[in-house]
Ligand binder design. Sequence first.
Ligand code: NAG
Ligand code: NAG
Ligand code: NAG
Ligand code: NAG
Ligand code: NAG
Ligand code: NAG
Ligand code: NAG
Ligand code: NAG
Ligand code: NAG
Ligand code: NAG
Length: 401
Amino acid sequence: MAAAVKKRSCGASSLISLICVLSLFRGGESVSRKVSRKLSVELNPGSTSTPPGGDLLHVRAVGDNDTLHFLFCSQGAPTLLLVHTNTSSSTVQVNWPQFVARNHSGSLKVEPESSVLDSTAVVFSRLLEYDDVNDTADPTSDLFPPYELQDFSWSRLNLSGPTALLCGAAATFTNGSLCLQLSVFESEGRGQSWPRLLHTANSSQLEVWLDSVLPRATRSRFLLELQAVGGAYPLSRVEVHRSIDDEFTPSIFKVSQWVSSVNGSSDVLGFVQWKPVAYRQSEPALEDATPCRHSDPRPQSGEATAAASGLIRAFYAEPETFGLNVSFGLAGDPFYNSTKFLSWTVLVGSGSPPVDSFSPLVITMMAVGLGTPTILLLLGGVCICVRKRAAASTTTYEPIN
Ligand SMILES: *[C@@H]1O[C@H](CO)[C@@H](O)[C@H](O)[C@H]1NC(C)=O
Ligand SMILES: *[C@@H]1O[C@H](CO)[C@@H](O)[C@H](O)[C@H]1NC(C)=O
Ligand SMILES: *[C@@H]1O[C@H](CO)[C@@H](O)[C@H](O)[C@H]1NC(C)=O
Ligand SMILES: *[C@@H]1O[C@H](CO)[C@@H](O)[C@H](O)[C@H]1NC(C)=O
Ligand SMILES: *[C@@H]1O[C@H](CO)[C@@H](O)[C@H](O)[C@H]1NC(C)=O
Ligand SMILES: *[C@@H]1O[C@H](CO)[C@@H](O)[C@H](O)[C@H]1NC(C)=O
Ligand SMILES: *[C@@H]1O[C@H](CO)[C@@H](O)[C@H](O)[C@H]1NC(C)=O
Ligand SMILES: *[C@@H]1O[C@H](CO)[C@@H](O)[C@H](O)[C@H]1NC(C)=O
Ligand SMILES: *[C@@H]1O[C@H](CO)[C@@H](O)[C@H](O)[C@H]1NC(C)=O
Ligand SMILES: *[C@@H]1O[C@H](CO)[C@@H](O)[C@H](O)[C@H]1NC(C)=O
């Protein structure tokens, strides 16, 4: 029995050290192939005046032979649209009278249209609040009427470099607000504050926070409803991956990614990625972390999404939409009223989501902690083998006579 356990733990530890070594190689590889992009930022491209109903931000991220267009808009529900083209000279054309009328598809185009490889959009459609009287964190009971984000009054976009801040409120928020901050990146790196997501030049980060909102009950908890819209391949499934490295996001060992699936193959054209954690303070300590959960993505009415978001209406003729809810807090966690603050961060990008490799610190620790016993075990095994063989050879061979 003890021997069996030993054998298994020996197998597992050599497997883990093998993974370490492999990830060490992969880490080195990704450093040498770092993709960088040249960013240019434009507010309301092609418009001579401030458009009524909300701003449109365009960040052009030009690579060697391709371009990513990041479009962020507050005409209706806040929406981020990513368009990937196969040329470094594609442009965005907006027919402003049609765009602000919000009833024409095709009023925003990426040209030449034949260069468009794929597109992904995320709409922040609703904020939901429920009264968790019994502290069960069941987001289907005692829901208050939802806040439709398309009905909020949104601020103008506040730009600083490739980041943009958008805040909005419903009439009943009094002094509170829901804010979204978009960051686009020139190259690979990691967010400054928790959850410190790893980003690449192919992804943008959106931080969403709910500050000083007057809750409708002392025991209120919140949910956020997201709609993902795609061209041919919408984001239709969520994968949850485990990680044993929590160095950058303390106490969180999982990463969730909402991805497109191309005819059931493992190819991914676009993604929304997050760590299942939100924070109850703007400068959080470990005890301010609160877990979050997501519902399964469900097909939604593309027409309803286009009606809620000016950018979806303008770019997609027939938007294919999947939606999910993210709920913040588990049973027993403090309620929103305890700090009146909640923040959550996602990455939205083109291609495959970034994979966190083990940090050098963790690799070193594992190599020392697990590698040494493995080597000893292996050496021990070899010694025993050699001895047994030696012993066997002395007994099994008959003298030739
Ligand atoms: C970009 O295209 C040029 C010519 O078409 C080619 O030589 C070059 O290798 C390409 N670069 C990348 C990074 O694909
Ligand atoms: C779009 O809305 C405008 C008014 O907002 C209206 O004049 C126009 O006829 C509408 N167009 C379509 C195609 O529905
Ligand atoms: C990509 O580029 C080539 C040449 O510029 C073009 O013919 C093609 O239609 C483009 N689009 C796609 C989706 O490959
Ligand atoms: C809360 O608990 C009480 C008593 O157990 C029960 O009557 C009530 O239905 C519960 N409310 C909810 C929303 O679960
Ligand atoms: C814009 O953002 C900066 C920092 O992000 C902040 O200091 C400034 O007050 C903001 N301006 C407005 C008008 O909100
Ligand atoms: C809202 O802010 C104003 C000015 O900062 C303050 O006088 C008022 O008391 C605040 N209201 C609430 C409900 O916090
Ligand atoms: C970014 O996208 C480009 C074009 O699809 C791809 O060649 C490159 O490998 C991607 N970079 C990363 C870090 O995923
Ligand atoms: C929030 O909590 C405070 C005490 O911390 C309480 O006075 C207040 O009534 C609560 N707010 C709501 C909406 O219940
Ligand atoms: C996916 O399947 C459809 C029909 O089943 C086919 O027309 C299409 O080319 C396939 N796409 C890819 C990328 O394999
Ligand atoms: C989110 O939750 C609300 C309330 O339970 C529900 O009405 C809505 O359909 C959910 N949205 C999605 C996309 O599942």
